[in-house]
Ligand binder design. Structure first.
Ligand SMILES: Cc1cc2nc3c(=O)[nH]c(=O)nc-3n(C[C@H](O)[C@H](O)[C@H](O)COP(=O)(O)O)c2cc1C
Length: 174
């Protein structure tokens, strides 16, 4: 089984996880923008990982439509700011991005990343500020809302190599 990790990372967190995963599986990690049709064709297992923005996994809809990925086994990891234990938030991300049918076929993993304001472009920074203001105004904030508010206040890095263990076990069983 030939495997490849494809990361689509705006501020480096999905890239860091992609490289850790590739190291453990002894395979290549390639940035999504550098993927060639050949890369898609010559691998049987494609592990795609990207950051979450307002509940959506960056680039995931495009990956699903790439013709060369048909017949390949896909694994997806979504990297976000929410803590590893934010079960409800993580479940929502899964349901927002994968149909019930896809969830049966495509293993999904959530990995906690962080926030890097320095590497963030103008558009995501503005979007984050808007999300922050909306959350701040929201009445009856949940524990998760409070967590997100704290998270969006300053840069942080909560990534950990430990988090990739379940994904590695899954990939090795394919
Ligand atoms: C505009 C914006 C929206 C975001 N929305 C979410 C979100 O809905 N859920 C979440 O867990 N993290 C959210 N984040 C945090 C990112 O997913 C997090 O910074 C992630 O580590 C980025 O990964 P990357 O550097 O590989 O792109 C958001 C960040 C930005 C800039």
């Amino acid at each position: 089984m030939e495997r490849i990790v494809v990361y689509n990372s705006k501020t480096g967190f999905s890239e860091k996880y992609g490289k850790w995963i590739a190291q453990e599986l002894a395979c290549k990690a390639v940035s999504y923008k550098d993927m060639t049709p050949q890369h898609w064709k010559e691998n049987d297992v494609i592990i795609y990982g990207a950051g979450i923005m307002a509940g959506r996994i960056n680039g995931w809809d495009k990956v699903k439509k790439i013709p060369e990925r048909c017949g390949k086994k896909l694994i997806v990891y979504a990297v976000g700011g929410a803590p590893m234990k934010a079960d409800e938030v993580i479940l929502t991300v899964k349901d927002n991005n994968l149909t019930k049918e896809e969830q049966k076929e495509i293993p999904f993993f959530y990995l906690e990343g962080g926030i890097d304001f320095e590497k963030m472009g103008f558009f995501p920074r503005t979007m984050l500020k808007t999300m922050y203001k909306m959350l701040k105004k929201k009445k009856d904030k949940t524990q998760e809302d409070m967590g997100m508010l704290r998270l969006f206040e300053r840069s942080s890095d909560n990534s950990s190599k430990e988090n990739i263990k379940p994904l590695i076990i899954c990939a090795e069983q394919i």
